[in-house]
Design a protein around this ligand. Structure first.
Ligand code: NI
Length: 173
């Protein structure tokens, strides 16, 4: 099931999310809905607060055809190691449509999480996967990629989003 994605600015995108105490059937259903919503958008990552759920859950898939899809569900994801080397990607966000900006982050990160079966997982991500997982974990801490930009640029994007939301509310797009 595809769920509506919250658009910035929204107070629900600025909150610290709660850890998941136990992986339940309902939470796995939510994660699958989030994957449907992400693929439909289309996007490469989505965090629970973006669909209005204040829980530490992200989904992602940075593979592009012809490489096989690799949908990942991460409960309580935690960065346990970051490389000193950094890389810069032009990031975007499904909650900030059509806005892109360069963000510098560690080039590689090791992340620990609980998967949809309740098992502990650990993996070192590099390249786009590393950027994406850090971007999504930021969402769980109420942080957006525009928070890395200068004040002027951030305010400009926020004003554009306020305008977009007014147009959406009027049914203009
Ligand atoms: Ni995002």
């Amino acid at each position: 099931m595809i769920r509506p994605i919250l658009i910035h600015p929204d107070p629900r995108l600025k909150k610290l999310c709660d850890p998941v105490a136990q992986v339940t059937e309902d939470l796995v259903k939510l994660a699958r809905d989030m994957l449907d919503t992400m693929y439909d958008a289309p996007g490469i990552g989505l965090a629970a607060p973006q669909v209005g759920v204040n829980k530490r859950l992200i989904v992602m898939d940075c593979n592009k055809a012809p490489i096989a899809a690799r949908p990942l569900i991460l409960f309580n994801p935690q960065v346990v190691w970051s490389s000193e080397d950094v890389s810069t990607y032009e990031e975007g966000c499904l909650s900030i449509p059509e806005q892109y900006a360069d963000v510098e982050r560690p080039e590689a990160v090791t992340v620990r999480w609980v998967d949809e079966t309740g098992a502990d997982q650990e993996e070192t991500f590099t390249g786009l996967w590393a950027t994406c997982v850090q971007h999504e974990i930021d969402h769980l801490n109420g942080k957006l990629f525009i928070d890395y930009l200068g004040l002027m640029k951030r305010q400009m994007i926020t004003r554009k989003m306020e305008k977009l939301k007014r147009e959406m509310a009027r049914g203009g797009r």
